[in-house]
Design a protein around this ligand. Structure first.
Ligand SMILES: Cc1cc2nc3c(=O)[nH]c(=O)nc-3n(C[C@H](O)[C@H](O)[C@H](O)COP(=O)(O)O)c2cc1C
Length: 405
């Protein structure tokens, strides 16, 4: 057992917040901030987490049951937990086991893993590592030729669904990454890198494993015709040239016969459009506050989307989930399941696959305890009657001035 895996097994790691603190100590500031940070003033990033405080529970006491049922069904697939692991680009930077370890941990827990296009590991290796369902998150980086090749490989490897992210016509500005010299560290020459090296050298454990892993391998799932795998440094420019539009969705549907999830919906209008375009599910998401800042928290946008969709498609959501109570609140407001991003990625950065296993276990036990305290025997029975929401939410339309309190 390594030192880091011993530390996460300690009784002091009781919450995802504990993992965040361990991750901050284990990886360089540039890597931690890449994971932890958001766009511009980080208003949406903060609000994503804070907003859960606006929703309170209405428990039913004096009821007892032997077991709580945490199972759900997403896209016709049975899951043991009402949460999936969200796509987190270049997880291999946090720990060499990266996407492979996260997928394996998800499978062992009976849930699904969503692999980002921006992956340091081959999609075939990620799929092979997991005993559970794996979805492929698609950007059109590198053009339609690169996307078509990735879709064909995902199909051949046995991926269960495609997740098309629509909120990234350009990469959001994450100011922490600029200040930490992420660009210089990934691609700069020795002199450009020099000012940013002390933070890297202060994390020798991480540095040794990073160097053993070969640094930053190219994106093996973005193979640009005539050019080969895309280098990591080209990602921002490639994203800016490859916005996903509704017409691309039609083209993608021709290539991919399985279910498609549209990720990055925040309004009823976009939700209805996604339904019209054949989305089997929608993920209400603001990309963890990493794209357009000052959009509403995902939980706040959820009721409008639920209302607009009228049960015509499954609704997932992500953003700010750090506790089982957060998941329960999202389910009460109409999500079929949620995606967890940073919650497992902090575990990965803190202690590799052991950390992801433990993060999932923390959320699972949180969920079980919350349901018992709520007096609800199954996640499938959660609905609005278990929560109080602010009156303004019931009006089902948010106004920008309601965002920052
Ligand atoms: C470091 C990092 C990288 C991400 N990369 C991607 C990505 O490649 N594709 C994508 O659709 N979403 C990406 N996301 C967004 C997540 O899928 C998810 O929407 C978000 O993390 C949810 O918020 P949470 O981290 O507060 O749970 C990323 C998030 C983080 C933190």
């Amino acid at each position: 057992m390594t030192r880091s895996s011993r530390s996460v097994a300690s009784p002091h790691v009781v919450s995802i917040g504990d993992f965040r603190a361990i991750a901050q100590r284990r990886v360089p500031k540039s890597v931690f901030d890449y994971l932890d940070g958001g766009a511009e003033g980080e208003v949406t990033l903060r609000e994503n987490c804070r907003v859960y405080e606006d929703v309170t529970f209405r428990p039913r006491h004096a009821v007892a049951f032997a077991n709580c049922d945490l199972c759900t069904r997403v896209l016709g697939i049975d899951l043991a937990l009402p949460f999936l692991l969200a796509p987190v680009g270049y997880s291999r930077l946090m720990h060499p086991v990266g996407e492979v370890g996260a997928a394996r941990a998800a499978g062992n827990a009976g849930t699904a893993y969503i692999l980002s296009t921006i992956s340091g590991h081959r999609l075939e290796d990620v799929k092979a590592a997991s005993t559970g369902p794996v979805f492929y998150q698609l950007y059109l980086m590198g053009g339609r030729g690169a996307a078509e090749a990735a879709i064909e490989r995902a199909r051949a490897a046995g991926f269960s669904a495609l997740v098309v992210t629509i909120d990234t016509p350009v990469s959001g500005i994450r100011e922490r990454d600029f200040r930490n010299g992420m660009k210089e560290l990934v691609s700069g020459g020795p002199f450009e890198r020099l000012p940013f090296l002390p933070q890297i050298l202060s994390r020798p454990g991480w540095l040794a494993s990073f160097l053993r892993d070969g640094g930053t391998p190219a994106l093996s799932n973005v193979v640009v015709p005539g050019k080969g795998p895309m280098p990591l440094i080209d990602v921002a420019a490639a994203l800016a040239e490859s916005a996903v539009t509704w017409s691309d969705l039609g083209w993608i549907r021709e290539l991919w016969r399985g279910p498609i999830v549209v990720k990055g919906v925040l309004t009823g209008d976009d939700a209805r459009r996604a339904v019209d375009e054949g989305a089997a599910a929608i993920s209400v998401s603001n990309h963890g506050g990493r794209q357009l800042d000052c959009v509403p928290a995902s939980l706040r946008a959820l009721p409008e989307v639920v209302k607009a969709v009228h049960g015509q498609t499954e609704i997932l959501m992500d953003g700010g989930i750090r506790r089982g109570t957060d998941i329960v609140k999202a389910l009460c407001l109409g999500a079929r399941a949620v995606l967890c991003g940073r919650a497992y990625a902090y575990g990965l950065a803190a202690a590799g696959e052991t950390g992801v296993n433990r993060a999932i276990e923390i959320l699972r036990t949180d969920l079980d305890r919350t349901l018992r305290l709520l007096g609800c025997v199954s996640v499938s029975e959660l609905d609005r009657s278990y929560v109080n929401v602010p009156q303004s939410w019931d009006a089902n339309c948010w106004r920008p001035e309601q965002l920052i309190k």
